[in-house]
Design a protein around this ligand. Structure first.
Ligand code: ADP
Ligand code: MG
Length: 259
């Protein structure tokens, strides 16, 4: 069975949720067979007055734990907006967003921030590092703010895992684009989230460096059993994901992968 369900699967009868019915209570042990991310009929319009645009027009998506999903679509089609909704950074106008079984649409801002900090790591095209902090501080300070007393040792461990054990005390301006993106990946992964959301993570990198960053991302995703949602313009990169979906006219369609 496919690990992904989109609006285009309306005819499919054996959804993940259907399989749950009649099997008694859903306890902790069943966590692994419930979708880790599930969006139902999500709608969102942005802007005001005549510039108002309907960006998401009924998004249905279910992602199985440990799966990888590539999201493609033309520029301006709402890919980043959809990621923001999944990360609870943007509130949907309508519909339901469940992540790790929690309903993000009913959380307050503080609760959302804590939830995101625990479960979701995000990386962007532009690395968003703090220029006045070293690589180590960029990874450790958010951990420290989240209340971890092993922030610096954990940060060193994560930076070593992305191949930057020798760059701990460098500032962003002293590092290449690829190295800065590695720092951003280490920062995203340091809280050990179950979900990694990546918005054009190789968009600012040359082809070779982009491939190295993609290799690193998929390698860590597999080793840690994480769920990956990846937005990219690059069909080859999207194709490295188990599933590829396209955002078209505000809805998602799953694309057939070439065997
Ligand atoms: N805050 C906003 N107000 C109004 N329109 C917005 C806002 N943010 C994004 N948009 C518009 O929403 C559409 C989708 O944007 P985006 O999600 O960034 O697309 P993509 O990531 O696919 O390029 C674009 O037309 C963009 O101009
Ligand atoms: Mg975008």
């Amino acid at each position: 069975m496919s690990g992904l369900h989109t609006s285009s699967d309306h005819m499919e009868t054996s959804s993940v949720l259907d399989k749950m019915s009649g099997e008694g209570d859903v306890g902790q042990d069943d966590k692994s067979i419930l979708p880790i991310i599930s969006l139902h009929d999500v709608e969102l319009s942005l802007g005001h007055g005549r510039s108002r645009v309907d960006i998401l027009r009924g998004i249905d998506l279910e992602i199985t734990r440990g799966d990888s999903v590539g999201l493609v679509g033309p520029s301006g089609s709402g890919k980043s907006t959809l990621l923001m909704v999944m990360a609870g950074l943007e509130q949907a106008d309508k519909g339901q967003v469940l992540v790790e079984k929690a309903d993000m649409s009913i959380m307050g801002e503080d609760e959302l921030a804590r939830f995101r900090g625990r479960h979701i790591g995000i990386i962007f095209q532009s690395f968003h590092l703090v220029p006045t902090m070293t690589a180590l501080e960029n990874v450790a300070i958010p951990l420290e703010l989240a209340g971890r007393d092993d922030a610096f040792s954990r940060a060193e461990e994560e930076l070593t895992a992305v191949g930057l054990g020798h760059r701990l005390h460098h500032y962003p301006a002293e590092m290449s684009g690829g190295e800065q993106q590695r720092v951003a990946i280490a920062r995203a992964l340091a809280p050990r989230p179950s979900i990694l959301i990546a918005d054009e993570p190789t968009g600012n990198l040359d082809t070779e460096t982009g491939r190295e960053i993609a290799d690193l991302m998929f390698d860590i995703q597999k080793r840690r059993g994480m769920t990956l949602m990846l937005v990219t313009h690059d069909p080859k990169l999207a194709d490295r994901c188990a599933h590829v979906v396209r955002l078209r006219k505000g809805q998602l369609v799953e694309l057939d992968k070439e065997a």
